[in-house]
Design a protein around this ligand. Structure first.
Ligand code: TMP
Length: 205
């Protein structure tokens, strides 16, 4: 059977991923696919427990602990959800994946990229998404959107300078992997962002 495709969505907090996730699901369903929709950290019972710890604003932790827990959740997620679905020919859409570790733990927290690459290789071998949509917004726009949605979690409480480093790291990765990572300017009106997403997804179909 033809393996399914693996699509990941990325962006700083408040970049509008959730809205576009729903739109991508609709586009794939229209094309006759039944995508598996999942997220990181999370997507499995253990991963959701780890997510709760990672997002708990009262849970202070070392930056390397944070990175290791992200990759532990990812290992479980790959084993239980992503790889079985891809092997069955299903399409998988994950709200965040390893680019988030390079952006948040690498860029935001300043962790050594070499260490993250070791974890990446350990946990996922050569597996990479077929397509990553990176929703790019200026930090002020992201921060304004988060403050309107819900109570801030441990990451959302970070300063603007943290998100600036996260955004720069995402943009660096998009330059490093131009074939895989598509930058979508998410500060435009919603209809324009949806059109850009549709064009990108059509290329994959
Ligand atoms: P979400 O709110 O977009 O679902 O993401 C949860 C938070 O986890 C978000 O602030 C980004 C952060 N995160 C990391 O710091 N590293 C990672 O590897 C992943 C997957 C998420």
């Amino acid at each position: 059977m033809k393996p399914g495709k693996f699509i990941t969505l990325e962006g700083i907090d408040g970049a509008g991923k959730s809205t576009q996730l729903a739109w991508i699901v609709e586009l794939l369903r229209r094309a006759g696919l039944q995508p598996v929709v999942t997220r990181e950290p999370g997507g499995t019972a253990l991963g959701e427990h780890l997510r709760a710890l990672l997002l708990d604003k009262s849970m202070a932790m070392h930056a390397e602990t944070e990175a290791l827990l992200m990759f532990a959740a990812r290992r479980e997620h790959l084993d239980k959800v992503v790889l079985p679905a891809l092997h069955q020919g299903q399409w998988v859409i994950s709200d965040r994946f390893t680019d988030a570790s390079f952006a948040y733990q690498g860029g935001g927290r300043g962790l050594d990229t070499d260490k993250l690459e070791i974890l990446e290789h350990w946990v996922q071998g050569a597996l990479q998404p077929d397509l990553t949509l990176y929703f790019d917004v200026p930090v002020e726009v992201g921060q304004q959107r988060i403050s309107q949605i819900k109570e801030a979690d441990r990451f959302e409480l970070e300063q603007a300078s943290f998100f600036q480093r996260v955004r720069n790291a995402y943009l660096d990765r998009a330059r490093q992997f131009p074939g895989r990572i598509q930058i979508i300017d998410s500060s435009r009106p919603l209809a324009e962002v949806k059109t850009a997403v549709e064009q990108t997804i059509q290329q994959l179909l």
